[in-house]
Design a protein. Structure first.
Length: 253
């Protein structure tokens, strides 16, 4: 009578072992553990639009692959505000791809990815934004991620991506304290102001400057320039950049 119970206990133990991360100790060195360490943690949050037909399709894709191979994200928010978690907060999800933000060049390793069920060019639902704000409050508090460190996929990869799109309500997030947004009245920048240095200070990659401008316009002007190769700054852009770069510099120790 005890034998089936023993087998069951053995299976449970083996199952637990299968899901326990194996410590990685270099065989070339003697292991002398120190308690002064913790798990690697995300320092930035990247927002995406799924650009698919349904939340179920996105759940399937994020657990299998798209046309370019396996893809995932930590969270997915449906149109009804239901929030799904697909990858542990401490694990590396495959959501950002190639790109950079400031000095961060491996965004997958440094970020939390949040997909929102949306086709770019369609308004986001109120339920989605309410759920997103609740999730951002939890993540920034629990993981100690600065609230200003919330960006869009197109911000880090302006030559490849356009999401979450020009209709994403960045101002509403800013009103709740999330993301970098110009504070106070905008003023004309001083003579000699360099908008490209300001863009770099904010975090934008500048390998393709027209693409960077297009991403900036989606985020801060709610405007989609399409693929305009001549996209450039106007006077209002310069005022916004002047405010943003000053705020970013004030954050540095």
């Amino acid at each position: 009578m005890l034998r089936p119970a023993c087998y069951l206990l053995l299976l449970l133990l083996l199952s637990a072992c299968a899901h326990t991360p194996v410590p990685m100790h270099n065989p070339l060195a003697q292991w002398v553990p120190s308690p002064n360490a913790d798990a690697r943690r995300a320092v930035i949050i990247v927002l995406h639009a799924t650009e698919q037909h349904s939340v179920q399709q996105s759940l399937d894709t994020l657990r299998t692959a798209n046309s370019k191979g396996p893809v995932s994200a930590h969270y997915l928010i449906g149109k009804d505000g239901v929030t799904y978690q697909l990858v542990d907060d401490g694990a590396r999800a495959w959501h950002a791809g190639g790109g950079r933000w400031g000095t961060i060049t491996d965004l997958n390793s440094a970020s939390i990815g949040i997909e929102i069920d949306n086709a770019v060019g369609v308004a986001y639902t109120d339920a989605q934004i309410v759920a997103l704000l609740r999730l951002l409050d939890d993540l920034t508090t629990r993981l100690s991620i600065p609230k200003t460190q919330v960006i869009g996929h197109a911000d880090l990869a302006p030559t490849r991506k356009r999401d979450p799109g020009a209709l994403f309500p960045w101002q509403r997030l800013a009103d709740a304290g999330f993301g970098l947004w110009p504070q106070g009245g905008l003023q004309d920048p001083p003579a000699g102001f360099d908008p490209w240095l300001a863009m770099a200070a904010v975090g934008y990659p500048l390998a393709d400057r027209a693409a960077a401008v297009r991403a900036f316009h989606r985020h801060y002007r709610g405007r989609d320039d399409g693929e305009d190769p001549q996209a450039s700054f106007d006077a209002e852009d310069l005022r916004i950049l002047h405010a943003l770069s000053n705020q970013r510099l004030a954050m540095r120790p």
